[in-house]
Design a protein around this ligand. Structure first.
Ligand code: AGP
Length: 371
């Protein structure tokens, strides 16, 4: 009903507006003296110090949060992290033992593919942790431990606030793990947490520029195919931007790792092809910014229409971009929590411009409880 949507045109619009809160609530009570402390993992320090591998299992949007989490967990906790789709995981006889931590990520906590994968992991001797948004869900109950995302109920089929809450929970987990394993000094860890705590206000800023995305979506409502490019943590965001557009606007969309362009996808570029490019910060210590700007030049020369998502003050993209969507400055690992917002808004607004139901896209269910 209109009342349940709290004045918003859709649950999706309402849930996007709740993203700052979703991140803040997921952090709440989990920072003690500048360190990440997940009370729900109390008593598990020995296990966490002893694992030699993390395997993240999830489907769809939840799997992309896992891909983002991989960059942070490996960097901070120095433990190898694999991310796998739940339905692929359990049919390939993965190598598991008591030193493997299988982290499942699920908004609903009822996704059959993920539940079966968790059961498989338990039966084969792995330890299990669930990152879940729904209190008391089946996957949470099956797992050794659960870290809840506190995004609040998500009604729209397309996941938005749960996604940013999942990344937040994974980052808290990564810092908790790093503390237990002694791989990160307290000062660096406190610095990362301060960055995380600054994210809700920055998401608020991105949401404040929503009107330009609405305009862009209207102009682009007859697009036949849209490509998304990203690198490092921007890569999973490219995948998520493409998934959102497929789900909501029924437009063919693909996300690519920018470095992969010349290995194939660049053949797709023809005059007028819209390409969203998630541009890493020019302050990135890996200097990926210059590489992505050079990708932009390559595809622009072949006629691509560039829609750049770039940090405030990044002027290097200006000569090559048809549109620049600005995000506030953040440390590189935290950019996904900001760059995903315009892509969610874009998919929602484009679907709206096409007259589609953004809360209930065709052929999809909120929770996939069958295999
Ligand atoms: C997200 O927009 C999708 N509808 C879908 O990919 C979803 O994220 C996936 O089915 C996983 O659901 P879960 O988080 O409830 O397990």
């Amino acid at each position: 009903s209109a009342a349940e949507k709290g004045g918003w045109s859709s649950f999706m619009a309402k849930e996007i507006s709740e993203e700052p809160e979703a991140v803040a609530n997921t952090i709440l009570g989990r920072v003690v003296d500048g360190q990440a402390v997940l009370p729900e993992l109390e008593g598990l320090d020995g296990m966490l110090a002893g694992i030699d591998r993390v395997i993240v299992i999830a489907c769809g949007t939840a799997s992309y949060s896992g891909l983002v989490g991989k960059y942070a967990i490996e960097k901070w906790a120095r433990v190898p992290v694999e991310v796998e789709l739940s339905h692929e995981f359990r049919y390939r006889e993965p190598v598991l033992n008591e030193r493997t931590l299988v982290v499942s990520i699920s908004q609903s906590g009822e996704t059959m593919d993920t539940l079966m994968a968790v059961k498989y992991a338990i039966a084969n001797g792995a330890r299990t942790l669930s990152i879940c948004n729904t209190q008391g869900a089946t996957i949470a109950r099956e797992s050794d431990a659960v870290v809840y995302t506190h995004a609040g109920p998500e009604v729209a089929v397309a996941s938005t606030k749960a996604f940013v809450a999942q990344i937040t929970a994974l980052y808290l987990f990564g810092l908790h793990l790093a503390r237990v394993r002694g791989t990160l000094d307290a000062e660096t860890s406190a610095h990362q947490l301060a960055e995380l705590q600054g994210i809700p206000a920055k998401i608020e800023q991105v949401l404040g520029n929503g009107e330009e995305i609405t305009q862009l979506a209207k102009w682009m409502s007859d697009s036949r195919a849209v490509l998304f490019l990203g690198r490092h943590v921007g890569y999973p965001i490219a995948l998520e931007g493409a998934l959102k557009l497929k789900e909501l606007a029924y437009i063919h969309a693909e996300g690519f790792a920018a470095g992969e362009l010349k290995h194939g996808p660049i053949a797709l570029i023809e005059p007028g092809q819209p390409v969203f490019v998630i541009v890493p910060s020019p302050r990135d210590p890996n200097s990926l910014h210059a590489k992505v700007v050079s990708n932009i030049q390559e595809i622009r020369a072949r006629g691509a229409r560039i829609l750049a998502i770039a940090e405030e003050g990044d002027v290097a993209v200006l000569p090559f971009a048809d549109e620049v969507i600005r995000i506030p400055l953040a440390a590189p690992l935290f950019e996904p929590l900001l760059t995903v917002i315009p892509l969610q808004l874009f998919a929602m607004e484009l679907a709206t411009a096409k007259g589609l139901d953004v809360d209930q896209p065709r052929n999809l269910a909120k929770s996939v409880t069958v295999e």
